[in-house]
Design a protein around this ligand. Structure first.
Ligand SMILES: O=C(O)c1ccccc1NCC(=O)[C@H](O)[C@H](O)COP(=O)(O)O
Length: 216
């Protein structure tokens, strides 16, 4: 089954829609400049809406240990997503210090960008392969930009991975077919305004990803 992560959950309607649709993961953005940012207390309140449900993923950008600790003190995160310029050494340190799996986000623009995966593979549990931020973008992710999905087709990626970047309910099936991804991540494509999730589009995205996987 395709793993689906709905990222940038910042309100109850978005959280409830992702959980009701059966998304495997929801992402909380602990990065204040983002329009999707939540505080640890805000994420805790959202997470408390359901006892089990999706894995709670904490998204950080070049975090200090204190920032991660503050989030973990409030929310039962099951996965730490690192979406900045964290080195393999820093990923290993965070993974060991907090005892949680780490997903490293890497920007893909062309085939040469896959070389970076080798150094990270021993020290992370997953990859999130995303588009590089477009020129002038102020955020390292969540930019509704896609990369060429054919770049991952038939390629051996040394850890489980999610495809991200510019996916929508309308394109996710094609993206899965072309990329060979076993997991997908979305933020902008399920919003009705920047930073505001659309429950209907969340449901449509999860259904489209499931249907694509069944169609094989
Ligand atoms: O979403 C953000 O605001 C964000 C801010 C800073 C770093 C990363 C961010 N998002 C990372 C994600 O995992 C997004 O879901 C991923 O980049 C795909 O985004 P989109 O192209 O908008 O679907």
């Amino acid at each position: 089954m395709t793993t689906v992560k709905i990222c940038g959950i910042s309100d109850a309607a978005g959280f409830d829609a992702a959980a009701a649709a059966g998304a495997e993961m929801v992402g909380f953005v602990f990065y204040p400049p983002s329009p999707r940012a939540v505080t640890p207390e805000g994420a805790a309140a959202l997470s408390a809406r359901m006892e089990d449900g999706p894995l709670r993923v904490g998204l950080f950008v070049d975090p200090t240990d204190e920032e991660i600790a503050a989030a973990l003190a409030a929310v039962p995160l099951g996965l730490i997503q690192l979406h900045g310029a964290e080195s393999p050494e820093r990923c290993a340190e965070i993974r060991a210090r907090f005892g949680l799996p780490v997903m490293k986000a890497l920007g893909i623009g062309d085939a040469a960008d896959f070389a970076a995966l080798e150094a990270y593979a021993p020290v992370v549990d997953r990859f999130l392969l995303d588009a590089k931020p477009p020129a002038g973008a102020s955020l390292p992710g969540g930019n509704a930009a896609a990369f060429d999905w054919g770049l991952t087709a038939g390629r051996v990626i040394p850890r489980p991975w999610l495809l991200a970047g510019g996916l929508t309910p309308e394109t996710v099936a094609r993206a899965i077919r072309q990329s060979g991804a076993a997991g997908v991540d979305v933020s902008s494509g399920v919003e009705r305004a920047r930073g505001v999730k659309d429950p209907g589009r969340i449901g449509a995205f999860v259904r489209a990803a499931r249907d694509a996987a069944q169609a094989g």
